[in-house]
Design a protein around this ligand. Structure first.
Ligand SMILES: Cc1cc2nc3c(=O)[nH]c(=O)nc-3n(C[C@H](O)[C@H](O)[C@H](O)COP(=O)(O)O)c2cc1C
Length: 231
């Protein structure tokens, strides 16, 4: 069986102390597959400069590697670019803030514009044959909106999503956020939801990325639907 690389990118601003990281880590720890290499990037531990929005000056200035990556040795977005490029399965996790994903998730999305732009402006399909999934955590409401928004961008970037590609949990919608960690740690149903996200993504990768019968590897390049290229 081919080895699969599964990458988690945790975008909670509270890093390893966060409920978001806790759920992702436990889900990865519980993955039942020996032929898997696992890694979680904790985005808050990296120095990530916000996007300079060169795209808005001229779409052709939004290149991969990103101009910030090329010119600022202190910026660590390369770890995320390289992580994604080297993975077969990429799972993003985010808390919900006022119905939206985290600031860090937004920063990463804008920096990942260069990978989407590579296809839509430069006709280079850099992101291909990779499975995506999401873990979303809140205390009251908003996960469908967050999931829809993230899947919109990430499919444009080129990830392939399985059915039911996200797991989410929100608390009691009161002000007792203090109780959330206890619930998350002790409720087996919550554990199962997030375990299933990783396991389903891996199961999907195993049937999509290589034919289980003949071993033939998927090599699909999806050419951007955008036809108004800038010359
Ligand atoms: C400023 C702020 C806004 C929030 N907005 C929402 C929200 O709209 N919906 C929700 O379900 N939870 C909301 N929450 C609760 C967090 O999503 C929840 O506490 C989550 O566990 C935080 O994740 P973390 O442990 O990774 O920091 C909000 C929390 C903060 C700090």
């Amino acid at each position: 069986m081919e080895k699969l690389k599964i990458l988690g990118i945790c975008t909670s601003g509270r890093g390893k102390n966060s409920n978001t990281y806790f759920l992702m880590k436990r889900s990865f720890d519980n993955l039942k597959d020996e032929n898997i290499e696992k890694e979680i990037i904790v985005a808050s531990e990296l120095k990530l400069r916000p996007c300079d929005h060169h795209y808005s000056i001229n779409a052709r200035m939004c290149v991969h590697p990103c101009l910030i990556t090329q010119t600022d040795p202190k910026d660590e977005m390369k770890k995320i670019y390289d992580g994604i490029l080297g993975a077969d399965v990429v799972i993003f996790s985010t808390p919900i803030y006022w119905g939206n994903h985290s600031q860090l998730m937004q920063l990463i999305i804008e920096r990942l514009n260069s990978l989407e732009n590579a296809n839509s402006v430069y006709h280079q399909v850099i992101i291909k044959n990779k499975i995506g999934a999401l873990m979303i955590l809140g205390h009251e409401d908003g996960y469908q909106h967050v999931a829809g928004n993230l899947m919109n961008f990430l499919t444009e970037m080129g990830l392939i999503f399985p059915p039911q590609a996200y797991g989410a949990w929100v608390g009691e919608s009161d002000e007792n956020t203090k109780a959330d960690r206890g619930k998350i740690e002790n409720d087996e149903k919550i554990q199962e939801i997030f375990n299933d996200v990783s396991q389903n993504a891996v199961n999907f990768a195993r049937v999509i990325l290589a034919c289980p019968a003949c071993g033939h590897k998927l090599n699909y390049e999806h050419i951007s639907k955008k036809k108004n290229y800038i010359k």
